[in-house]
Design a protein around this ligand. Structure first.
Ligand SMILES: [Zn+2]
Ligand SMILES: [Zn+2]
Length: 359
């Protein structure tokens, strides 16, 4: 019971059983309904697109925890912490494939405010990954064959998205390259010189949904490659969306992520400001920015993950659960590289032969 007298755990209608056969219903990306994995009965649930932005100044107040309507599992092999809907279990870790995934005492933390529901199935995701892998010439064929539907697990990535109205003042010095001809006779030559000028001004810019991954700072570059998600499909978070999926547990605070978001905004402000002034080189640029009406959302992003072991190393492929965009590292097959080198040498030899036999 919480202070309002509600029993939080039973107020949620999580994991409704199929009325036809009694199985646990799972979220279905194709119909956006709950679906029975056995008899395919569909059950709709209430969805809301009315996602509210949270004022950053109030982020410490009134945060709802996710703990009563989720359970945390931990992979004993790679350490990944995964949040699942109650009564669901993780058979294997989506990041390393290990089956030592055990219930953890950790808490799930802040409850997400919003979610981009998965809109493609793991089958569609694996097809996107196969097409992507075909273009990776040096990837071993065993890797390409292993991108099967069963290995693509849907994991929601926790992230904070920030909006901010920025106002910046700046001053700096930029230069443009010019050329001139100097000297005469044998010493006549062209040289490059730079004309410097001072710049200053002010700049206003509204940032919408700057996305910062909140489980692991190293995953940010992967998220950047998977962006964007279907911003039109955003929904108020509800546990139904989690059924049949997992969510990575968030490790970072709003404050830390806001720090990252500000650095990302600073970097794009610098290039936006510089793009207003013709320049080839920058001596220095000093920007001072104030942020107004900063809001954020704690949102889950849909990502399919598949893992692959090659020579004792782990490789992961990620697919955007809305658009099918793929990123990841592939192992390199030494045989394929060797064959490419031999083919390359053969072509050089053949060209050499043709050249000399013609001349
Ligand atoms: Zn059923
Ligand atoms: Zn693992």
């Amino acid at each position: 019971m919480n202070e309002h007298g509600f029993d939080v755990s039973s107020a949620e209608t999580v994991n409704e059983k199929c009325l036809n056969c009694g199985s646990n219903l799972l979220f279905d990306p194709e119909t956006q309904k709950l679906k029975c994995p056995h008899c395919e009965t569909l059950v709709d649930f209430e969805k809301s697109s009315n996602v509210l932005e949270n004022d950053i100044r109030e982020f410490l107040n009134g945060n709802q925890t996710w703990n009563t309507e989720s359970v945390v599992y931990r992979c004993e092999n790679c350490g990944a912490s995964l949040v699942l809907a109650p009564n669901q279990t993780a058979a294997s870790c989506p990041y390393c494939g290990a089956s030592h995934v055990v219930k953890s005492e950790e808490e799930a933390g802040l409850k997400p405010g919003a979610v981009y529901p998965f809109t493609i199935t793991s089958e569609v995701a694996s097809n996107f990954a196969k097409t992507w892998a075909k273009k990776r010439l040096f990837a071993p064929s065993r890797f390409k064959k292993d991108l099967v539907t069963d290995k693509f697990k849907g994991v929601y990535q926790p992230s904070y998205t920030f909006d901010s109205n920025t106002y910046s003042t700046y001053y700096g010095r930029v230069g443009v390259r010019h050329t001139r001809t100097v000297g005469s006779g044998k010493n006549r030559r062209t040289e490059t010189y730079i004309v410097w000028r001072n710049i200053s001004g002010d700049y206003s810019h509204f940032f919408d949904d700057v996305t910062v991954n909140s489980d692991d700072i190293e995953f940010q570059s992967t998220i950047n490659k998977l962006l964007p998600f279907n911003y039109n499909s955003i929904k108020v978070y509800d546990t139904e969306y989690l059924t049949g999926y997992m969510a990575k547990r968030s490790n970072r605070t709003v404050k830390d992520c806001w720090g990252d978001a500000k650095s990302m905004m600073d970097a794009s402000l610098r290039s936006l400001i510089l793009s207003r002034h013709r320049h080839d080189v920058v001596d220095f640029l000093n920007v001072s920015t104030s942020h107004q009406n900063v809001t954020f959302k704690y949102v889950l992003l849909p990502v399919y993950v598949s893992n692959f072991k090659y020579k004792k190393k782990d490789y992961k492929v990620f697919v955007n659960g809305n658009t099918g965009k793929v990123t990841g590292k592939t192992p390199v097959s030494p045989w394929r590289v060797l064959i490419a080198v031999i083919l390359g040498l053969a072509i050089v030899a053949l060209l050499g032969y043709l050249f000399y036999s013609n001349s």
